[in-house]
Design a protein around this ligand. Sequence first.
Ligand code: 13P
Length: 251
Amino acid sequence: MRKKIVAGNWKMNLDIHQGETLVQDLLKKDIVINDAIEVILFPSFIHLSTLIDLLQESEIKIGAQNNHPMESGAFTGEVSATMLASLNVNFCLVGHSERRTYNHENHEVLSKKLDALYHAGIRPIYCLGEHLEHRENGSHFELIKQQLSVLFEKSNAQVENTVVAYEPVWAIGTGKTASSAQAQEMHAYIRSLLQDKFGNEIAQNTSLLYGGSCNPKNAKELFSQKDVDGGLIGGASLNAEDFAYIISAID
Ligand code: 13P
């Protein structure tokens, strides 16, 4: 059975004091995390160690927002998957639209980043999503297939360890959410592509998250869709009240 997941991508927000306060505030909320649910926070690299310590007694997990494709070497300012694994980081985002846009990350780089994570035993959350122009000119399904195809080169065992997050770029940070029907339609399409390539069992066991202006008001409706297994939350994950409410919207 695939897990329901609520993940908070903090992006480049919160200094260490604010990050600790947010986690402490979350710990004060009565968040119920059973075996069917994962709650994961994705803070900045510099917060990882502190927050992993702070969450030692909690079911909340910690992930990283990025990794370098190489294991070590002369890459000033970079962090490898092996380094993340040494901190017991469980998850890492790959392919977020902000990195595709601002850091020009393409198919080849993303594929190498995934391999580095699989090698280090870290589960990737592979993000994909179309721009508004694709949706308007009807090429959004084709684009998602192209982006998902990075996974088509991977083994069954690797894909089994991967979570996919559909984040339409036009919905990220804009307050404009995909309708639950639009999210369901794309998630069903992604699952069908996984089924064609890897078979029914892997397709059914892969958690597919929705991201893009997900908030306490729309989370329940989005999460109630058959193929929406949770959310990757940006802005609303920076507020303990809102994030706790979104977690409670998953059942
Ligand atoms: P927002 O929830 O702020 O739209 O961000 C979504 C996102 O990019 C999560 O990775």
